[in-house]
Design a binder for this molecule. Structure first.
Ligand SMILES: Nc1ncnc2c1ncn2[C@@H]1O[C@H](COP(=O)(O)OP(=O)(O)O)[C@@H](O)[C@H]1O
Ligand SMILES: [Mg+2]
Length: 332
């Protein structure tokens, strides 16, 4: 049985029409007019137990709305969802105990209190036996290097520390399904890596199913063999990440600072020059050539600093939307 199966899932938000002017405001109080915003339209997909899937799309594409329906926070306008054998919006206790929704921009931790207080609360809510609770907390504290953070009020933690505590508290009850909405948003590179390692570890160790949204291409590349792409609430692509990347992001980006100005003519042999300012350049290099070209750059140019980056996911998505073959092209 798949962990998630949705069929024709659709969500329209109804929002009051905005009529500027006093007279219209008075009129609209009497007879409110509503406008329908189609957030998710006829979405179909199925995710097997243990899969780690990236859920991608531009801002406003409908990702968060979908995750909220999958966790039962929102009722759909139509369509069905089967998540771990339940209809999420029926909000059965047995279902609530088997998944977690983590939102990068919203905290479930008590702001004024140390994280450990929220941990204890969740122990009560999820009825986790003492011995199991202690063992799990110990393991998570160790794995996420949280020891020093547990007794500090959450509002005093850094964003990265808070995010780690957030993840820890949301898996105290060992959910079989994790829905992660932008888990690395705003984190520095080192912290992003830790969060990714942890997500992967959790997936491997417990065969947990994980569906995650991210604007960070590194998250997707390192974690998700499969991606589901949506645009304006509609499915655009569902399949292997490799295929998307090869097709729409055949390059990586080398960003270099030099100790003295270098010649753009010579730089051009390393890769396509996307930006050039004398002592600083951004080069696009074919994916398979990154190592030899970076080595060439380091040996033959006065490199002060160098980073290799993925094409931003926004860019990949933009290319996908503008270059998609007609069958996968977005409406309109
Ligand atoms: N509570 C709401 N009321 C009205 N419109 C909403 C609400 N939540 C989301 N939307 C709209 O639904 C669309 C999808 O939003 P969302 O699911 O948040 O997209 P994403 O997470 O992909 O950025 C957007 O047009 C957004 O403005
Ligand atoms: Mg969102």
């Amino acid at each position: 049985m798949p962990a998630i199966e949705i069929s024709d899932l659709t969500k329209e938000f109804r929002v009051p029409e905005k009529n500027p002017g006093l007279w219209n405001a008075a009129k609209s109080l009497l007879r409110r007019r509503f406008r329908a915003i189609p957030a998710v339209t006829g979405l179909n997909f199925s995710i097997q137990e243990g899969e780690l899937v990236g859920f991608l799309g531009a801002n406003g594409a409908g990702k968060t709305t979908t995750l909220k329906m999958l966790s039962g926070l929102l009722h759909p306008s139509s369509g069905t969802a089967n998540v771990l054998g339940y209809t999420p919006w029926q909000r059965r206790t047995a279902f609530q105990k088997q998944f977690s929704l983590v939102m990068g921009h919203r905290t479930q931790l008590w702001w004024e209190l140390p994280a450990q207080e929220t941990f204890r609360l969740n122990q009560e809510i999820y009825e986790i036996p003492d011995a199991q609770y202690r063992a799990t907390v110990e393991e998570l504290v160790e794995l996420l290097e949280l020891r020093d953070c547990m007794s500090i009020p959450v509002k005093k933690l850094s964003l990265g520390q808070r995010m780690k505590a957030e993840l820890a508290v949301s898996i105290l009850h060992r959910p079989k399904l994790l829905l992660l909405d932008e888990p690395t948003l705003g984190l520095d590179v080192v912290m992003q890596k830790k969060i990714r390692q942890f997500i992967l570890e959790y997936n491997r160790r417990y065969r947990a199913t994980i569906l995650l949204t991210s604007h960070n291409m590194d998250d997707v590349v390192e974690l998700c063999p499969r991606v589901i792409l949506i645009d304006h609430g509609r499915l655009l692509y569902d399949g292997s990440l490799r295929q998307v990347v090869e097709r729409y992001a055949p390059h990586k980006v080398i960003r270099a600072d030099f100790n003295e100005a270098v010649s753009p003519v010579e730089l051009a042999r390393i890769g396509r020059i996307a930006q050039y300012q004398g002592t600083r350049a951004v080069l696009e290099v074919p994916r398979g050539e990154v190592s030899p070209r970076a080595a060439d750059l380091l040996t033959h140019f006065p490199v002060a600093d160098l980073t290799i980056e993925e094409t931003p996911i926004q860019e990949v998505v933009r290319r996908l939307f503008t270059q998609a073959p007609s069958k996968a092209a977005p409406r309109g």
